[in-house]
Ligand binder design. Sequence first.
Ligand SMILES: C[S@@+](CC[C@H](N)C(=O)[O-])C[C@H]1O[C@@H](n2cnc3c(N)ncnc32)[C@H](O)[C@@H]1O
Length: 230
Amino acid sequence: MTCRAARAISEADLLVGYTTYLNLVKKMDCFHGQETYATGMKHESERVIHAVDAACRGKRVAVISSGDAGVYGMAGLILEVMEATGADVPFEVVPGIPAANAAAARLGAPLMHDYATISLSDLLTPLPGILDRVGAAAEADFVIVLYNPCSARRQEPWRQALSIIKKHRQPETPAGIVRNAGRAGESVKITNLWHLENDEPPDMLSTVVIGNSRTRVVSGRIITPRGYEL
Ligand SMILES: C[S@@+](CC[C@H](N)C(=O)[O-])C[C@H]1O[C@@H](n2cnc3c(N)ncnc32)[C@H](O)[C@@H]1O
């Protein structure tokens, strides 16, 4: 979280978010008993409509996303709801730290060159389109960051994505899994493409980074060289 985000939360009258994220915010200094409105997964529209409605009634509202609100977060949906309802209220996207970058920092410097982030969640995006993007990113030798890798009921996108990536990358290509980056219970694992396919799959609290053809591991840290001559 950035200082600006903590200040925006502190100055808000109403905090709106996914239950898990509001519970995290409630443990922070920026929480001092503000009113909250929480809903579970798959109730994003309801949550945002409530937030926009409250803002139209004069409340200062902070809608909480994890990482950056504009990266698979709530910023776009809020603007769409404002468009659909004609709501005319002051609006600001407060930038945060995307999981890709928080995870990369823990792993070393895997994103020193061009990278693509791809969400494997097919709740809102048809799977064939997701897999086309995985194939294009792998073929173009992007470092690949996989968000929403696997859930208890959704393992197929993960398996299919890996089988596409391995057509373009060596099995020993470095990879990293960061779970709960920057939160209590954080874990960091440096591994490789072969192990990603053969070990226990990561869960929804994890972000996965798969190196490009030049990525290597040095002293327990992943480096994707930018091309400097030493
Ligand atoms: C709906 S996306 C939200 C992304 C977020 N807005 C961002 O900027 O990173 C949820 C996914 O982000 C990743 N994620 C979010 N927070 C994370 C964290 N603290 N550690 C690791 N991965 C995280 C996971 O892949 C998770 O399944």
